[in-house]
Design a protein around this ligand. Sequence first.
Ligand code: NAD
Length: 368
Amino acid sequence: MKKSVINRRSFIEQLSLGTAAVLSAGPLGVFAQQPDRKLGIALVGLGKYSTRQLGPALKETKWCQLTGVVTGSKEKGEQWAKEYGFPVKNIYSYDTMSQLADNKEIDIVYVVTPNGLHAEHAIAAAKAGKHVICEKPMANTVEECDRIIAACKAARVQLSVGYRLHFDPYHKEMMRLAKEKDFGAFTTMTGDRGFIMQTKVWRADKKLAGGGPLMDLGIYIIHGACMAANGVAPVAVTAKEHPKTKPDMFTDVEEGISWTMEFPGGATCAAQTSYQHSADKFRAEGPKGFIDFKEHAFTYRGMVVETSNGPLTFTPPNQQALQMDDFANCILNKRKTIIPGELGRRDLAIIEAIYQAAATGKRIPVKI
Ligand code: NAD
């Protein structure tokens, strides 16, 4: 690992706490003076998303690098230390996260454990004085989101959520269309996302997942519809749970659910999500045209997207690398992230309203 040229702890503290303006950054976050090293990230939970996406992305990042892990398996941690070139002293277990406070090589903690553990791990990271990224959904409930936000505020650290699609060119184009209204304001949105769960995993366990496919997959449609509504949240929802075809697998979570979101001004989004069918689509239509995510709407690669003007053909970037670099850049430049904890909390508020609508059969107002 690169040695500090100046005392980098005081350097980061000055930037984080605003006691001195050491650097000046341009509008694109270009530094007048380079930081002495990349910010260090520790991943919490070395499951599939960390292993297949975030770890490899951290080999491409410019402003941050992997300098530690939090894992239940010391052996796995040692493999990661070898592969990513960080010292074994930077391997922590879930129980020793408070000791992160003493580690100057770790600036950001990225929580990638099951949803029901995000609050515990994010709060532990904030208490250790680390900036936090929480995977989606931010937590199981709005109440947990509130506790994470409060802990980060108290520790004066930044908080972000792993909404990587803010860095995808197709989704950025949808946000541009929503803002500039080439096709008029989008009035009709539809979405469908699902995969077939073969064996029961934590994603179908309410304590660890918070719910079923709505928490894991439907959240993408919720977030995408808010993007298409130019960043505005729905005012009310209706919903209906799908009948269970595998009640033994989906004991305390939904197998599938259909819901409708009503936006201010009358726009609507009709959506469904399921662990018993495959789909990944989203479409937003306005009076003068549409954007249609026909395949792989919310994934990392292979998106097939067209608008009423024809197909879109952007080169897919590494969304995760851009997302983590942007957060590191925010910390270095004392800029607020475009994906703050409040956005994660907003989506949980919508999800809670959808579950309440399904349980009661009523139209439920969304209270953000
Ligand atoms: P996974 O099951 O592959 O990994 C979960 C990790 O948490 C494992 O390393 C496991 O050992 C650890 N863990 C710690 N305590 C656990 C417990 N009590 N029970 C089960 N596992 C425990 O899951 P994943 O697919 O890596 O998902 C992790 C998080 O990342 C979830 O919140 C998920 O929604 C999110 N995710 C986000 C994206 C994205 O595109 N942004 C993609 C996939 C997953």
